[in-house]
Design a protein around this ligand. Sequence first.
Ligand code: NAD
Length: 472
Amino acid sequence: MRLLDQFYIDGAFVAPHGTDTFDVINPTTEQVIAIVTLADTEDTQRAVAAANRAQPAFARTTKAERIAMLTRLHAAILARADALRDATIEEYGAPVSRAAWIANFSAQSFLDAAQVLESYGFTRQMGSSIVTMESVGVAALITPWNSSAGSICSKLAMAIAAGCASVIKPSEMSALQNQIVMEAIHDAGLPAGVANVVTGRGDIVGGELSTNPNVAKISFTGSTTVGQIIQRAATATMKRVSLALSGKSPTLILDDADLSQAVPLALNAAFMNNGQACIAGSRLIVPEGHLAEVIEIVKAVVAQMKVGEPSDPATVIGPLASRAQFSRVQNYIQLGLQQGATLIAGGEGRPEGLETGYFVKPTVFANVRNDMAVAREEIFGPVLSILTYRSEAEAIEIANDTIYGLQAYVHSTSVEHAKVVATQLQAGRVLINCLQHDPLAPFGGFKQSGIGREYGVLGLESYLEAKTLIGA
Ligand code: NAD
């Protein structure tokens, strides 16, 4: 049992003022593995004050100085990649391959930001004026539990590239990862107050950050519901708000797709990160005439997917992150059955032989209508809904018939054909015949999946303000 009772404020580890605690539970064993002390409003205000003191000098640092900081942060996280991987398995239940990927992604995000910064022109001529892009000010970085270190590091990297001092509010469910990230930040030797970390409850720490007048910008990743609360709260002080929110992403299998490649990729898109991914391809839209063949491949692939101990390299799906997540997913499986979807894999309850741990069966429904709850709502677990279409126009209509628009996947043997469909999809990213991330290209949502973009030049500019000099 570990006691985690330190925050990182003003370049030092400090004891909390807050006294509430939270039990971190290993989702594989259901045992309490750590107790974390939670920040209160006063802790949060101390962190904002430290960032606010650091901000003027930090905004004046040169590109070279910031690139050096990003390089040191990369090295500090990389040195802890194994520890980060193990913490992600232990407190979150990610399969080891995924946990290792997130640890490396976390480190790499600092080099990616350095690359964007290196080639970015902060001053340009527009009309007869000179326009300079300036740091927006103190940034609050609020992150979820489902990709904790990855979200923290990619946001911190861009904030540093832009010259914004920050206050990071990670999820309390990720306390082990938070501790490792704080230690890496400390080792990287940033100027005091440039990066502060306070772990605490969303309504308390996040609430203070959303209203504190010394916070200029909020970069939030999490649910659409909380994004709406933050957006409302931030209006009073006109904070710049970037929101990376929920999704219900479609995978479109076009008539000319190679099903033997497309269906396994579609299942990976649906079940990645134990199905707890904002970009999960949770609706599979297939030609009516190919449904029987799709179902056959789905059954064969799912039968081979090992659910179990996340540290076992053979495991594809580990436990869900919490008991609440387990119950939520069970409720959706029941809803799918009640509303008349056909179960073709998985179903209610735990997989055989896994009586302890928040394990669920990878579940696939066919004959789903797009008005059923399993097709409309973000389940955030390994549950896939298969819908059918008769014409490509209908496939596009079904794909776009959602309040979300984060990501979409298109499969076709013709990339040109897939591109024609991709241009008609309402999604911030469309992946064609692949499952990958591009750290230099924008990422973010259409519709209720978010506001603004992260990564690449657009990600950097979300932390900048344009200033026009006329007559200069
Ligand atoms: P969440 O919205 O419950 O919490 C996210 C963060 O916001 C946490 O740190 C939480 O403590 C904080 N928070 C909660 N209430 C708050 C409030 N009133 N004010 C300020 N902050 C508050 O999300 P979650 O359950 O941690 O994560 C899962 C959700 O995140 C899913 O909906 C998923 O789709 C989404 N997500 C989106 C992306 C993306 O890039 N679009 C990436 C990962 C996760």
